[in-house]
Ligand binder design. Structure first.
Ligand SMILES: Nc1ncnc2c1ncn2[C@@H]1O[C@H](COP(=O)(O)OP(=O)(O)OP(=O)(O)O)[C@@H](O)[C@H]1O
Ligand SMILES: [Mg+2]
Length: 415
């Protein structure tokens, strides 16, 4: 069959097959359902904290923690939406900029987005925060001056706040948490920080830490039976009736629950499984589709991780692939040789060991300590992904592809 026919068959399959999904949007990451099960306590706490703003007082700063997919963003968005509706009904002038600092990835971009959200740029030249050009201090001053002048009530939500601090330190947070000392009359600014790193607070200056976490709230991972209910509810919104088997729901919840109690993972698995089932012209999503989805997601994730790694990390991955002994020394020797061949200055052994342990955390490799009798102990490093995935991820990197070809010549098969 020519390639063209294969493509055509895929299109025809999807067109002739029964659609299983009736509302695709309900399976996307930014969809916020009307009801968030198992988060009543968290919803109430946030609503209570914010409620004082409806009476004109400054809410405490609030820091939310929890592993990925535990509903932090969804719950905050849900409360904020309702809060804004209420405030505008009461004709209150409250601003709630919601910034995801992972996407607004420089400190300046965060300030620019805050200014845009508050429409400061329309307020006249003296407060304008341009897209570029001001110093951080000047941009912050303008925002704070504007809040003071206009006596604004501002609740600033910084989602994925750990990413802001990792890249830019905590200066912005310092300025904003201290701002209320400067804005003495009328206006105020409160912060809601959301982080999926439980150790995030350790990275903060003690002064920032204590002001930012006037209140704290922890989101626990979902249990398997909770994920089953979350999935069932989402299925009613997103799928036609009787198109997902109970077995598929249970397996999906079990897989997502086993890892981190991650609702996003559960919904992603379901979406990909449904796409696989639709592509194969099936009229139900079954356990097999969930398993295929898990395989596909893992493969795609690993591919992304490798593709987006630094050149040195890529070379280290290839060195691990090439190494027969799999110990740190051997991997380092091969890595250094590969660096020479690609005209890269090798990193120190210490740094390479660090990168190896990062790869371990990402699940790309496993490391076992093995006892070598009188030679002491040594680490045995093994890749958890196939040679094919690595080659696929590196094939378009012009600096690395000569090494990949070299690996081909050695004809090393990892799996
Ligand atoms: N209690 C719930 N009921 C229904 N859907 C939920 C619930 N909790 C989370 N979800 C869904 O799971 C997905 C992930 O949730 P959310 O984005 O809020 O996680 P998060 O805690 O912010 O994760 P991260 O730390 O990775 O940003 C979203 O699609 C959300 O709609
Ligand atoms: Mg989030």
């Amino acid at each position: 069959m020519s390639d063209n026919n294969i493509v055509d068959e895929i299109f025809n399959n999807i067109l002739s097959g029964k659609s299983l999904i009736k509302n695709r949007r309900a399976l996307t990451i930014d969809y916020v359902p009307d009801k968030l099960q198992f988060r009543d306590e968290e919803t109430k706490t946030i609503a209570q904290t914010l409620s004082v703003a409806l009476k004109g007082s400054r809410p405490s700063n609030l820091l939310l923690f929890g592993k990925p997919g535990t509903g932090k963003t969804a719950v905050v968005k849900y409360v904020i939406d309702n809060f804004i509706k209420k405030a505008s009904k009461m004709k209150m002038n409250i601003h709630v900029p919601f910034i995801n600092t992972k996407f607004a990835n420089t400190a300046y971009k965060v300030l620019f987005e805050i200014a845009e959200d508050m429409q400061i740029n329309k307020a006249g030249k003296e407060y304008q925060v341009y897209f570029t050009g001001l110093s951080l201090g000047e941009a912050t001053d303008r925002i704070l001056e504007y809040i003071k002048q206009q006596q604004l009530h501002v609740i600033l939500v910084l989602d994925e706040i750990d990413s802001l601090v990792d890249k830019n330190g905590d200066d912005i947070l310092y300025n904003f948490t201290r701002a209320n000392e400067r804005i003495t009359e009328g206006g105020f600014i409160s912060l809601i920080g959301i982080s999926n790193s439980l150790t995030f607070k350790d990275k903060l200056d003690p002064r920032v830490r204590s002001s930012l976490s006037e209140e704290e709230l922890i989101f626990n991972p979902y249990k398997i039976n909770q994920l089953q209910k979350i999935l069932s509810e989402r299925i009613v919104i997103a799928f036609y009736e009787n198109t997902v088997t109970d077995g598929a729901i249970n397996l999906c919840a079990a897989m997502a629950g086993k890892e981190n109690g991650d609702a996003r993972k559960a919904i992603d698995l379901l979406r990909v499984a449904a796409e696989i089932a639709e592509l194969n012209n099936k009229d139900q999503v079954t356990e097999d589709d969930i398993r295929s989805a898990q395989y596909k997601i893992e493969k795609d994730t690993n591919n992304e991780i490798i593709k987006n790694s630094t050149t040195h990390t890529k070379i280290i991955i290839l060195a691990i692939l090439k190494s027969k002994q799999g110990n740190t020394g051997d991997v380092y020797d091969i890595y250094s040789r590969f660096c020479l061949q690609t005209e890269n200055e090798p990193l120190t052994q210490r740094r390479v060991t660090q990168i190896i342990s990062e790869l371990d955390q990402l699940g790309i490799i496993t490391t076992n300590i093995i006892n070598q009798g009188r030679y002491g102990r040594s680490q045995k490093i093994k890749l958890t992904i196939s040679t094919a995935t690595i080659k696929e991820a590196l094939k378009d990197d012009v600096f690395i592809s000569p090494l990949v070809n070299l690996i081909d010549q050695y004809n090393i098969e990892n799996n």
